[in-house]
Design a protein around this ligand. Sequence first.
Ligand code: CTP
Length: 409
Amino acid sequence: MRVLLGVTGGIAAYKVAIVLRRLVEDGHSVRVVPTRSSLHFVGRSTWEALSGGPATSDAFSNVYGVEHVRLGQSADLVLVAPATGDFLAQIANGEARELLGNAILATHAPIVVAPAMHTEMWLNPATQANVATLRARGVHVIEPAVGRLTGPDSGPGRLPEPEEIVAAAYAVAAGEGLPLSAGTSAPWGDLVGVSVAISAGGTREPLDPVRFLGNRSTGHQGLALAQAAADRGAIVTLVAANVTLPSGQGIARIDVETSEDLAREIRAVAASADVVIMAAAVADFRPAHLSPTKIKRHEGTVTIELVPNEDILAGLVASRPGGQTIVGFAAETGDDAGSVAEHGAAKAKRKGADLLAVNAVGGGRGFGDVPNAVTLIDVEGAVVARATGSKLAVAHVILDEVVAHRARH
Ligand code: CTP
């Protein structure tokens, strides 16, 4: 399709180079129209090199081609990212400044805008009124993400990650409207002073000095939870099992390897936590014997005896201090004995956690830096929420339910 990609003057413009790249790689023809002020952040050459075409800002550059009208008319989709508060005000008023404003006024294509600005500017009643006007006219306004802004501040106003913007653009182009996760603004500040202990990653159970039994967990979802909780004001301690990814600022981190290490550390942190989230994939078994020397291939077939590990989550539930909210995860594939949902409901009752985030894994789903889909169920196995989207978006939905649970207890 033909995409008109408008870029306006915000620091987040640099992230949009990745959006452009993705669109071009997916075979779309993209015409970038930067506003003049956006060129303070990312220069014209970047847009021209990545799009393979001109990136003009001025309505008077190709007057004989009536470009200011033609561009808008010929687009299949208009995407503006980042959209500044000033730019939202302009298009809400129907102003046709520079080439971008003209093209938007002339287009019949669906319009997606991804605002990004400082929290105060986003929450300003003038900006919110402009957003309401645009939405009422059918413009798809992606809710800004909550998180670190330029400088030390946190709050709503961040440009969503490039893949979320691309996914939102494709969903709108396909006539599906904005995906749910792109339209939900997580509250922020609702976990101020709350201590949250989170386990993430996957444990490794050593077999000999060079080998271990492990699993495919990367720690992305646990890190997203830690980041989301910190952004909402929580005091976060992360117990990270074999996580190579960095964790965000302001998150205390304890690195561990085995399920025994994880059990010890999370128990210590959980003793004084208001919320515990067990996102780690804990090995259910460990080798009964740890060979002190490397097991040699020429010894032939090796039989490894496995013994069960303790169920850390069940132990935390049994010994929890009063008022603590506990969240577990359940990675399920479904099998002959039951569906993903049935296994999830049975596990909720068995583990006794207040909330269980059930996700279907296998077939490339669930692991790594990929979008996630979870169903949140309560201790009785009843569905309380569903979340799809980036792991950060899913993390915020889980925290919404944690906040709601704490308010009830
Ligand atoms: N968990 C735990 N200790 C274990 C295994 C799992 O604390 N030894 C936690 C996980 O962190 C997760 C939840 O329990 O929050 C469910 O993990 P999962 O592997 O899905 O469940 P299992 O207890 O292993 O049950 P099953 O083997 O029947 O799937």
